[in-house]
Design a protein. Sequence first.
Length: 350
Amino acid sequence: MRKKKLNRLIQLSILSVGITSQAAFAQSSVTLYGVLDAFVGAKKALGGESQVLAGSGGMTASFWGMKGTEDLGGGLSAIFELEGYINIMNGQFGRTGFPSDGLFSRNAFVGLKGNYGTVTAGWLTPPLWLSAIFFNPFFNSFVFSPMILQTYVGVNGQGVFGDAGEWSNSVMYVSPQMGPFSGKAAYSFGNEAGHLGQNKWSGQLSYNMGGFAASAVWQQVKFSITPGDLGTSLPGLTTQSVMNIGVSDDFGVVKLFGQYQHIWDYDTTGNVGVNTGQLGFSIPVGQGHILGSDAYSKSSGHSTVYRNTWALGYDYSLSKRTDVYTAVLSDRATRRSSGYTVGGGLRTAF
């Protein structure tokens, strides 16, 4: 009799643990997602030679990711995110032209989210990158977006340093939405002995109401990838500061985009300022959108060079998650023969 009671207690305990585990699992979630993008076309880089190519990431750099959340109670959740770029043309990790991309080079962080905001730590996306991509019609395309090319693929000493889109060894705070306003602050540690003054930091204030959105970002970096490397990126460079203001307004028949950006390069050989302006539009036509953008950068101070890049394209939706696109880009800069890119591709999300 006592043995039967003991077995019954064991069965009830196992059932209780199972129910508890299921309840805990129900409060957690993990999502797998990504974007795959392939294109074919022709390209001539500034000062380079023409080539016909098949590439990965014409409109969006192909990537895959997984993210999860766990409800800790009291309005607090634990979160994580892991995202890695994929070159679908050769099956390797990373983006074309970025040999330093690792397994999870798009995002890798863990954090806490609650009523007072979100705190994350890891390999993070800085606010400047988000402002640059959301306030231009070609979003984050390194192939067809004039603003992205002029900001992160600079020539003649122009452009933003501090990695293209991600900061390592970073912490970030994102405020809760306060009406139409929200804010972000990010800090990246140098993580090397003897380089206590080497860091990156950034802050952003955003506004979003109806079809109108605006963002103001300030960023300062004292190293690009590793402490002490700014001078190798641009001889004599010690610190770079960037201000970016972006706006967009959706009128239904057209969505307009605009950005103004100023870069201060503090250089031992002579300081340089770079002013960049970008205007763009997205016009709904049929099941797609006509996209257009023009960006112009002019340096002043110790350097006086310019760059003008424009692009025109059409993005056609086959479904809610799959589209085809075609676009052409023209690129001109001081002391460089002109460049161009023309092509089309297929993009699908999962």
